[in-house]
Design a protein around this ligand. Sequence first.
Ligand code: ZN
Ligand code: ZN
Length: 81
Amino acid sequence: MYRYRCRSCGYTILAGDESDYKCPICRSIMIYLEMENDKGMKYECPSCEAVFFTDEKIEPYKCAKCNFSFVDWKKRRKEKF
Ligand SMILES: [Zn+2]
Ligand SMILES: [Zn+2]
């Protein structure tokens, strides 16, 4: 896993590949930090199938790769069940 940190708000994620990730909170560019083991909550994007982890207290708002919104998706799922 590779740890990435947002250049503007400092949010960090762990992802399995080297790619251009966008901050799941504020959509800024994320910078590669270091190699680490899997940590925290796993998030799988239902839209682009990107997988990333975060050990931040705040849930990711958006996917780290595409524009998919986890927040709206969770809300919708809650309404359904
Ligand atoms: Zn950010
Ligand atoms: Zn996505």
